[in-house]
Design a protein around this ligand. Structure first.
Ligand code: BGC
Length: 906
């Protein structure tokens, strides 16, 4: 094993490089400590000094002994978990000398690697958006509710935000601003029932603060779904305590979660109080820029207390959704439940218990919580909550969670050897994909996946086209869940038809932002904070959202061959969407082509033409290519399905024969603008816009991701420049394989020169600022298509860590970015693993990153379970039924349960 040994002292870092463990060091550095830099920044110097050397692990010689981590060091009154920091920097496990002495080097390294691959850990206390971002990342939940990973002892303030959200619980409030009535529909922050804290000798209950909190370590176990927080506290009174709390969502009985709160007095005996609360006074205040709007959504209607149990019932203000939350406090150390006292407050209810404690002993308190809401079949009745509480215990919740995750990891895990960081973050992303959606699989919830999960309040919990980046992962692993998410859209077809009608179109026009009812939730105007004028907000013109829904319908059917779904739901969705586009396309006598106007592509920087009063753009390439694809797919599916089923779907969608006859004509004659080098204009007229001097803006502003804001602040408009927030013209190459997109374009009568893809990628990359987390992942795919593996890897790894590092500097605080999280999973299997589900059989063309030794994952394709193990030479695939698979260019017949190993040329 190649090793680094290190000691971190107050004035210097001592580093030795041992190319063979147990033998002399060949490189030795004593790096003086720079007092003007943080310890973390100083550690970066290690990376620089060790450049070019290869090592498998590091041994930290002077780690302190803590109950939660053995790789923490103290430097000049500051502390850092060198293990966590160096693993992030160098992508290797860091073990302590103590662990090596105890277990032996190989076993210590193995144990640490295994731990790191299954845990998301944070050491230390952070403030503001950094802490809020960690809360989002440490969210537990089950798709019914999401519970931010805030400290249990916190109320919402500038550092902490303990949000609770239930899928589908939205509420609308109207606020008058500058004589304008603005209505917003929010995913409601429900009463905070996770609150629990302690007090000593009946003094003020403990509130989080820097002085008392000596140390804190938070660890989310992805294998079990349990979030453990360990705090070492020293109160001003001198009392020292260890508080260990655990929080877990019940993944099966999804109304429930449980908290275990363990208090160990370290240096005193005396009286300990536990204060537990359901706080009904909370508002939606996670996103500070929304605070100008009315963010009050709750009305507490009733509070009841019974023995060790308290209940809070209420209703959302305008959507009138009832909620009842019950919490039950138990403790093996407090035998008589009458010792728990409950006090009603105006908007909440508190429970307290007091007991005599001794130093060194641990006292355990379990808080079981049940949340019910009337948007689900059951009606938020007290009796139901009581019955569920009777069934609840911390251990039951923990074991239901573990069972769910065991089963989930068995089918959905992606295993990477050779890259601890990617392994961990891929699992973090898989974890959050189910925290955001698991319960929806039950069919009892009318909800879909919001762009920011159930993890925060940005975008008000709304559902966007981001579904297109999310659903394919579920489709390939949990098709029932994907189907339920498609039903969310199907149930909103009437609303989408109304939206279309209101704008003079036929068919179904799905809203850009969808919430409870399926009406448009994007704002039509927004207040410009500088000029104080109400400027138009055209983002709803991203009508491509309906095509992205169509993509998900197609992908689901393509992968599952669920005929019942296609016959009874899918085709009606596709035809209703197609009818809208047919009514939107206009024939242009001059060009002999069809135009689609008044739309925006995914690039939100372009809302309309500069100097034009007409909203939207003409012939957005992504939209037109997707329309052509949709029309072709409908024709193809029509030929495959029973005509009676098609007729029924057509009738439901008011898709008559005359409309049907237009499909081929329009799909073959939609307009695109393509230049000599084969570059596809993002929209008609794009090539006439001036370029921006990116370098100059970089120099002036540093981060130019949100160039739209920069330009607007300079009194300019991004509409006037060739600058894009994210992938747009080339999006179709993310959705489909190259021959499919090329075929669609050629079918429209355009010729593409040989190197057109390279030209397009280079052209648009030079004009894209990646202002959305959805941009990098698309360009990672595009770069890989263009054999530009270094850039593909760079963009992928940035995308993979977008929320972990909160690369947009504060947006993770307001919720994870579920789209990019799931897209990294798709990219890993489809592009690096090279297993494409886009054809009639799975096709395998691996392109593993150089440092990934093996990649292992499963797919469920057309009812057959496949297991793939891929390294740099071989693909090994096993299927549970006989099937055909294409590896490289060759087709193979698989026998049931017999692994097939094929050497491929990498
Ligand atoms: C992106 C959109 C995305 C939305 C929600 C925006 O920043 O530009 O493409 O749908 O965020 O995630």
């Amino acid at each position: 094993m190649k090793l680094i040994r290190l000691r971190i002292e107050n004035d210097a870092m001592d580093i030795a490089y041992h190319p063979v463990s147990g033998q002399e060091a060949t490189v030795h550095y004593l790096i003086a400590y720079n007092p003007d830099q943080s310890i973390g920044e100083n550690l970066e110097n290690i990376k620089v000094r060790l450049a070019g050397l290869k090592f498998d692990a590091a041994i930290l010689e002077n780690g302190l002994s803590y109950p939660f981590s053995d790789t923490i060091v103290g430097v000049n009154y500051d502390r850092i978990d060198v293990g966590l920091a160096l693993t992030n920097l160098l992508n290797i496990p860091v073990v302590s000398q103590a662990a090596v002495e105890q277990l032996g080097l190989a076993a210590a390294v193995k144990a640490k690697s295994a731990y790191l691959k299954w845990h998301l850990d944070y050491y230390g206390q952070y403030h503001g958006v950094r802490n809020n971002g960690q809360e989002a990342m440490l969210t537990i939940g089950n798709g019914y509710f999401g519970l931010r990973g805030a400290f249990l002892e916190s109320h919402a303030d500038k550092d902490n935000y303990p949000g609770t959200y239930v899928a589908g619980v939205f509420d609308q409030e109207t606020t008058t601003i500058n004589d304008h009535q603005v209505t917003n529909e929010d995913l409601v922050n429900l009463p905070n029932a996770q609150f629990i804290t302690f007090g000593i000798d009946h003094q003020t209950p403990f509130r989080l603060n820097e002085h008392d909190l000596q140390d804190v370590y938070r660890s989310l176990d992805l294998k079990t779904g349990i979030l453990t927080t360990t705090k070492l506290i020293q109160l001003a009174s001198g009392h020292q305590l260890k508080i260990r709390s655990q929080k877990v969502a019940n993944m099966q009985d999804w109304h429930r979660y449980s908290i275990r709160y363990q208090v160990t007095p370290l240096n005193f005996a005396g009286s300990l109080q536990i204060y537990s609360e359901i706080d009904g006074s909370v508002v939606n205040s996670n996103v500070s820029r929304y605070n100008v709007f009315d963010q009050h959504h709750l009305q507490t209607m009733g509070i009841e207390t019974a023995a060790n149990t308290v209940f809070l019932s209420g209703q959302t203000k305008s959507s009138h959704i009832n909620y009842t939350i019950g919490a039950q406090l138990t403790s093996p150390d407090v035998p008589a439940i009458k010792n728990f006292h409950s006090t009603q407050q105006s908007q909440g209810v508190q429970q307290t218990v007091s007991l005599a404690v001794e130093a060194g002993k641990t006292y355990t308190f379990d808080k079981d919580v049940v949340i019910t809401t009337s948007n689900v079949a059951d009606d938020a009745q007290l009796t139901q909550v009581q019955a569920e509480l009777d069934q609840s215990s911390f251990d039951k919740t923990a074991s239901a969670s573990k069972d769910y995750w065991d089963a989930t990891w068995r089918t959905t895990d992606i295993k990477v050897r050779g890259d601890i960081t990617s392994q961990r973050l891929l699992r973090v992303n898989i974890y959050h994909s189910f925290v955001s959606a698991a319960a929806i699989e039950s069919g009892q919830l009318d909800a879909s996946v919001g762009a920011r999960g159930l993890h925060g309040e940005a975008y008000r919990g709304h559902v966007f086209w981001d579904e297109m980046f999310i659903l394919p992962f579920y489709t390939l692993h949990r098709p029932e869940l994907a189907k339920q998410l498609l039903y969310y859209r199907y149930r909103r077809l009437p609303a989408a038809r109304k939206n279309a009608q209101a704008e003079g179109y036929r068919g179904a026009m799905f809203p850009w932002q969808s919430a409870s009812k399926g009406d448009e939730q994007s704002q039509f105007t927004h207040l410009n904070p500088i000029t104080k004028t109400w400027d138009p907000d055209n983002s709803r013109l991203q009508r491509h959202v309906s095509l992205d829904i169509a993509y998900n319908v197609w992908f689901y059917y393509h992968v599952t061959q669920d005929r019942d779904f296609l016959n009874h739901y899918g085709m009606e969705l596709l035809l209703s969407i197609a009818a809208f586009w047919i009514s939107k396309a206009t024939y242009n006598e001059e060009t002999g082509r069809y135009d689609i106007s008044g739309v925006m592509g995914p690039d939100e920087f372009h809302e309309n033409y500069p100097n034009s009063t007409k909203p939207g753009l003409k012939n957005n390439a992504y939209t037109n290519i997707m329309v052509a694809w949709l029309f072709d797919i409908i024709t193809k599916f029509k030929a495959q399905m029973p005509q009676s089923a098609f007729q029924q779907a057509a009738e439901a969608a008011s898709f008559d024969t005359a409309t049907s006859q237009k499909l081929t004509d329009i799909s073959h004659h939609l307009a695109l603008e393509i230049n000599r080098r084969g570059v596809i204009a993002q929209f008609e007229g794009y090539f006439n816009l001036p370029k921006l001097d990116f370098q100059a803006y970089h120099q002036k502003y540093g981060d130019i991701a949100r160039m739209d804001r920069i330009l607007k602040a300079e009194d300019k408009t991004p509409d006037a420049y060739q600058v894009a927030k994210q992938a747009d013209a080339l999006m179709a190459f993310y959705n489909f394989d190259v021959p499919t997109v090329q075929g669609l374009i050629e079918q429209m009568g355009y010729q593409l020169p040989k190197e057109y893809l390279t030209h397009n990628i280079q052209y648009y990359l030079a004009r894209t600022t990646h202002g959305s987390t959805l941009s990098r992942i698309v360009y990672a795919v595009l770069n890989q298509l263009d054999d530009n593996d270094d850039d593909a890897w760079k963009l992928f790894s940035e995308a993979l860590a977008s929320d972990y590092y909160d690369i947009q500097g504060g947006t993770t605080a307001e919720g994870i970015h579920l789209g990019v999280m799931c897209a990294t999973l798709n990219l890993t299997t489809r592009n690096f693993g090279g297993v494409s589900p886009l054809g009639e059989h799975l096709q395998v063309n691996p392109q593993l990153p150089d440092h990934w030794q093996t990649l292992k994952f499963k797919h469920l394709f057309r009812g057959i379970h496949y297991v793939f193990v891929i390294d740099h030479q071989r693909v090994t695939v096993t299927a549970d039924q006989p099937s055909t698979i294409i590896i490289g260019k060759q087709s193979y017949q698989l026998q049931a349960k017999k692994p097939l190993s094929v050497t491929y040329a990498s």
